[in-house]
Structures are given as C-alpha cells and as structure tokens.
Design a protein around this ligand. Structure first.
Ligand code: TYM
Length: 350
C-alpha cells in the first residue's frame, strides 16, 4: 500500500516500510502561559509512548505571530525557550524525541506557500478557530486565516502518522488530510495522510471560572481565575482552584453535577487515573470544598516535579540552546526531503 492508504496517483514518494515506527508530530504556540489544559490535552500524552514512536515536537512560533497586536519580539524569543523547557520538564526526552523551534527550519514556511496555492480559500473561512479568533477584531491578518495551512505544512513535512492534540485541534488535522489529499490528487502521491490522536481524558479542560469555555492561554491573560498555569506558584493555584465555579447548593450531588463539577472531576481523574464515577461516589454528600481540595492536591502533586525540572533547565540556557540546535538540525533533514519531493511534484525548485 502507498503512504496515503490509497492508490498512488503519480510519482510516488518513499514507500512505507513495514518496520517503520509511527511518526508523531505536534506543537504548542509560545503565545502565553501554558496551563493545565495544554498539559493534559497535549504535553502529557506526548510523553507516554516515546519509545514506540518517532516523535517530532515543535514550538510553533510562526503561528504565534498571526495576531500581530500580540507580538513583543523579545518576549516571543523568551517564550519559545520557556515552552521548549516545559516540553522537557514534562518528560519529553531529547534523545528520543526531536525538539525544535518552527522558525529555525525554514521549510515550514516554504511548504506552506505551496499548500497555499493548492488550498481553496473557502476551506479556511470554515475553520471554527479562525471564526472565534477573528470575531470582534477590526483587522485580521492574512496569516490568521492561513494559520491552518501552516499547521498542515508542519505536519506533512515529517510524513506524520499521528498528531496528538486536544479536541479543539481536530478540525485542523482533518483539514490537513484534505489539503494533503488534494495535493496528492493534483500532483501525484506526495504526502502521507495523518490522523489526530485525542487523549481518553483531558482532551478538553474547561475554564475554572467558566466551565462553558475551554481553558485557554488568551482568556488566562485577562482573568486570573480562569486557568492553572504550569509555572504558577502554590498560592495562585490555590486561589484559582478553590474559587472554581461549581453548582449551586452546598452539597455535592453527583446525579445533578453541572459542567463546573464535571470539569473538576475530569481534571482529578485525568491527573490521578481514578475513574470519574468512583470519584463522584467518594465525594457525594460532602461539600464542594472537599472536592476542590482534592483537585488542588492532585494538581500540586503533578506540577511540583515539573516545576522543579523546569527551574533546573532554566538555570542552564546553553544546554537548552544546544538541544534546540540539534533538534532543528535533525528536523531539517526530513523536512528538506519532503520539501524537495513536493517542489518536484509541482514543478518548482532547482
Ligand atoms: P495551542 O498552542 O493552542 O495548544 C497546544 C495543545 O494543547 C491543547 N490544548 C488543550 N487540550 C485540552 N484542554 C484545553 N483546554 C486545551 N487547550 C489547549 C491543544 O489542543 C493543542 O494540542 N494550532 C495548534 C498548534 C500547532 C500544531 C501544529 C499542533 C501548530 N502546528 C501541528 C499540532 C500539529 C495550537 O493552537 O495549539
């Protein structure tokens, strides 16, 4: 079978080898403080099967500049390093996984251009993330609309099989398949079609101050009780968790659990591995304070070692730079091969 799982349409690229480990690609934008949602929906699942897979994890800084009002150049550089250090602190092992910054491998922007030329504009207007991010803005950059095409380039450059992401990114991964499929149909079998991989728990962590909305970096900038940032101190975490929205009434009644309580139970279950039903039974009849204290304990237990490792890494910036330079070099090798294949297919390049 060819790489796409369909009949080849033209000059085929490298064929899949039976022994090839599944290739994984994913990324986080250095656009704000990483939080519990980023951890449970992405970073933690990334660490889980590093040996069984070939992993490529990227800090996607070119995506973070699609909202130009938010750009602070010096801060962006610092954030890239902070995000990379958090990958490692959460358990990504640079000897087993390739870790790098997107803008250090120029093929990402280059492939995005080829894909821009083969992707219908209408596909981008339909993206829910574009709709929500552009809502209420006087002016929106071309980059914001084009964001999913760059994301497709990220994924397709590495012949990716699996893209481990939170639920909100599924639409972008589906679009990546469509973009790759269209290119393959027009110019011959060039790209492997990837699939999103959603964690069983923690795929959609909701805001502690408003359980109707997804916990997000942008809302966390405006509201200090919305998210638990991974690098927050205990006092801040306590304030956020203990003021989390629950149901009205004093006593926890599982059969009437609303979204706030379900979110707290989900976070606890995801962090400890306990079943939601079992937790609901354990806390039934008690006050919401008991549930919140247990969630707080689970969060502090999980984040303590991460913060400790982060501080060690932050103390040695030269080591982090060396890891990122080596990661970019490794990434470039594969990216350049795919870029050459795509360029040849469409008829550009030397
Ligand atoms: P970003 O930076 O918004 O989020 C990074 C990852 O964290 C997940 N996530 C969540 N999961 C559960 N609950 C939440 N509240 C929550 N908030 C965030 C996201 O689903 C994501 O997996 N477009 C991507 C970045 C990107 C990318 C890529 C991802 C660029 N290129 C290629 C995968 C592959 C984004 O905005 O992530």
């Amino acid at each position: 079978m060819d790489r796409t799982g369909t009949e080849p349409h033209g000059p085929a690229g490298p064929t899949a080898s039976a022994e090839r480990r599944p290739r994984v690609f994913s990324g986080v934008q250095p656009s704000g403080d990483l939080h519990l949602g980023t951890y449970l929906g992405a970073l933690r699942p990334w660490t889980e099967r590093q040996d069984a897979r070939e992993n490529v994890f990227c800090v996607v800084d070119l995506h973070a500049i699609t909202v130009p009002e938010a750009i602070d150049p010096a801060r962006l550089r610092d954030k890239c390093r902070e995000v990379a250090a958090l990958y490692l602190a959460c358990g990504i092992d640079p000897d087993r996984s390739t870790v790098f910054v997107q803008s250090h491998v120029r093929e990402h922007a280059e492939l995005a251009w080829l894909l821009n030329c083969t992707t219908p504009l209408g596909w981008l207007y339909r993206m829910t993330q574009f709709k929500s991010k552009s809502e209420g803005r006087d002016s929106v950059s071309v980059g914001l609309l084009d964001y999913p095409v760059l994301q497709a380039a990220d994924i397709l450059l590495y012949d990716t099989d699996l893209v481990p992401v939170g639920e909100d990114q599924v639409q972008h991964v589906e679009l990546t398949r469509d973009i790759a499929g269209r290119f393959n149909r027009l110019f011959g079998d060039t790209f492997r079609l990837p699939k999103a991989e959603i964690p069983k728990s923690g795929a959609r962590v909701m805001g502690f101050d408003d359980p109707e909305v997804k916990m997000s970096k942008s809302l966390a900038r405006e509201r200090d009780r919305h998210a638990v940032p991974l690098l927050a101190d205990e006092k801040r975490i306590k304030k956020t968790v203990m003021s989390a929205v629950t149901d009205s009434g004093r006593e926890f009644r599982p059969e009437h659990a609303g979204p706030g309580v379900r979110n707290l139970l989900g976070v606890h279950a995801s962090l400890t591995g306990d079943a939601v039903d079992e937790l609901a039974e354990r806390f039934a009849g008690g006050g919401y304070g008991d549930l919140k204290k247990a969630v707080l304990g689970a969060i502090l237990d999980a984040l303590g070692p991460i913060q400790e490792r982060y501080r060690e890494l932050a103390d040695d910036p030269a080591e982090l730079d060396a890891i990122l330079a080596k990661g970019a070099e490794r990434a470039r090798t594969t990216a350049a091969e795919t870029m050459a294949r795509a360029s040849a297919a469409i008829g550009v390049g030397a």
